[in-house]
Design a protein around this ligand. Structure first.
Ligand code: BGC
Length: 493
């Protein structure tokens, strides 16, 4: 072999060795990264743990807070607000009523025709509009003017098909799904905003006065007969269909629960005892917090960056506005610490709230062998391509951890309410009226919530608690409550 040939052979061998070393180094780097990925997932799983014993402690803690909130105003983080609804619908309600439903990024206007016992809800019509994001943090007048304008358009439109009887004002049930301290069935001041709204000059104002002024400005002739929270509307809508409904839970953008309390069990109520002996309570459970809640660094950071730090902690663990954002934060950590999506951190992953819960739910329900939906969502929402199936599985694993924690905690909340009512030990049938997009569309979450309540209650009591989805309590329920508080009540019943 000539000298040149030997030289080439040596260089060739060196290149092979170097190449092999590179592969080994790359493998070691990859396995190091993979170990970091697994460590992050394991840590999340541990910190999000919700064994049954802990859920029972949470239910007990909620129960204690419920008592404290009923005892005195400001006695607890959960407000236990008096709704002034002391008679839930009976089915006798009759006439045409309107509902205005403002609770998240969309709002709706409805006209509902109630036909009494015989005919129930005869007809309903509605229009929906989204709230432009700028209005969610603008001024009170701007928000209410916008709503009143849409209301004016709805009324103008319906005048072609529906004629309001002469001399009779249109009556409205106003579903306003934020914490409001009511002074009567149709007045109440906003305590604070939640769910991404932050309109400072509206806090402390009577929202019925505000919408009434805006309706005047826009030439809408309507009277607010009832101001209700969406949970109270759902309770009313549920009770209208079934007398066994005594609890309502919303799991949507935000979360909350309402239930029927004995008036005598409300020490802070100083008014005359209602004839029914009952009062519907809007718990505002979203603001519940307890040392038993499994909070992680991601929750704490999300809370600190939120518009309402330190508030709505329970809501931030269980509701639709936040689950996708928690996932984004975990994925960002994986990208930063373990180069999960390659050497560069995907720019979109740094954008708060870009990953919404409906997308998370779609990925959770992906049954394709190569997790095609996960791949699609990572591409379309986060602009992340070329993920391996192994990595997609990690994404689903994270989703499962975050979603199960939320659903199980919501179940603990429900157990707390059932305990307050003594229904955790009773065989009497209790129907829980459920509503909200998270409950309606996120089946894994829903299944986990329902089976957890069942397991916590045990076989004997578990079967007597029934979940019913009451779609649209915040619309029809508000119209029903408006009907039972109508000015023209005597003429109808
Ligand atoms: C609000 C509640 C509301 C719930 C569900 C929460 O953020 O504080 O009033 O019932 O969301 O819409």
């Amino acid at each position: 072999m000539g000298r040149v040939a030997v030289g080439v052979a040596v260089i060739g061998a060196a290149a092979v060795v170097a190449g092999a070393a590179l592969v080994v180094r790359q493998r070691m780097k990859n396995s190091g990264r993979w170990a970091s990925v697994r460590a992050v997932v394991k840590e999340l799983e541990e910190k999000c743990g919700t064994p049954d014993a802990r859920l029972k402690q949470i239910a007990d803690a909620l129960n204690v807070e419920m008592h404290a909130g009923l005892a005195s105003e400001g006695g607890s983080k959960i407000k236990m607000l008096i709704s002034y609804v002391d008679n839930l619908p009976t089915g006798d309600e009759e006439g045409t009523f309107y509902a205005l439903d403002l609770g998240g990024t969309n709002f709706r206007v409805l006209r509902v025709e109630l036909g009494g016992k015989e005919r129930g809800v005869v007809h309903q019509e509605f229009a929906e509009a989204s709230i432009p994001p700028a209005l969610m943090s603008g001024s009170s007048d701007a928000l209410f003017d916008y709503i009143a304008e849409k209301l004016a358009a709805f009324v103008a439109d319906e005048e072609r098909i529906y004629e309001q009887p002469a001399g009779k004002e249109r009556e409205l049930g106003f579903t306003f799904s934020f914490p409001v301290m009511q002074n009567s069935i149709n007045s109440g001041t906003l305590i604070r905003w939640t769910k991404g709204f932050s309109i400072d000059d509206a806090v402390g104002q009577d929202v019925v006065v505000e919408i009434t002024k805006a309706m005047k400005r826009k030439g809408v002739d309507m009277r607010v007969a009832a101001l209700v929270n969406d949970t109270i509307g759902t309770l009313a809508g549920g009770r209208h269909s079934d007398p066994d409904v005594s609890v309502a839970v919303i799991l949507g953008t935000g979360s909350n629960a309402a239930y029927v309390e004995r008036a005598q069990a409300i020490p802070k109520w100083h008014g005359p005892l209602p004839k029914s002996g009952e009062m519907a309570i809007n718990m505002e459970w979203g603001n519940f917090r307890s040392s038993h809640l499994p909070l992680t660094e991601y929750d704490n950071a999300m809370d600190a960056d939120s518009l309402n730090p330190g508030e709505q902690i329970f809501e931030k663990l269980i509701s639709g506005m936040y689950l996708g954002e928690i996932l984004r934060r975990v994925l960002l950590r994986l990208a930063e610490e373990a180069c999960f999506f390659g050497d560069e951190i995907p720019a979109k992953l740094k954008s708060p709230f870009i990953l919404r819960t409906p997308e998370m739910s779609a990925m959770h329900h992906d049954t394709s062998p190569d997790l095609k939906v996960v791949d699609d969502k990572l591409k379309s929402v986060l602009e992340i391509s070329h993920t391996s199936v192994k990595k997609r599985r990690v994404v689903v694993e994270l989703i499962n951890i975050i979603s199960s924690r939320g659903a199980r905690l919501a179940a603990a909340g429900i157990l707390g309410v059932l305990k307050k009512l003594g229904k955790d030990v009773s065989k009497e049938k209790t129907i829980i009226a459920m509503d909200g997009g998270l409950y309606e569309h996120y089946m894994e979450y829903r299944k986990c919530l329902e089976s957890t309540v069942f397991d916590l209650l045990g076989d004997t009591t578990g079967t007597s608690v029934v979940f019913e989805h009451y779609n649209d309590g915040s619309g029809i329920g508000a119209a029903l409550i408006a009907a039972s508080h109508s000015l023209y009540l005597d003429q109808k019943f």
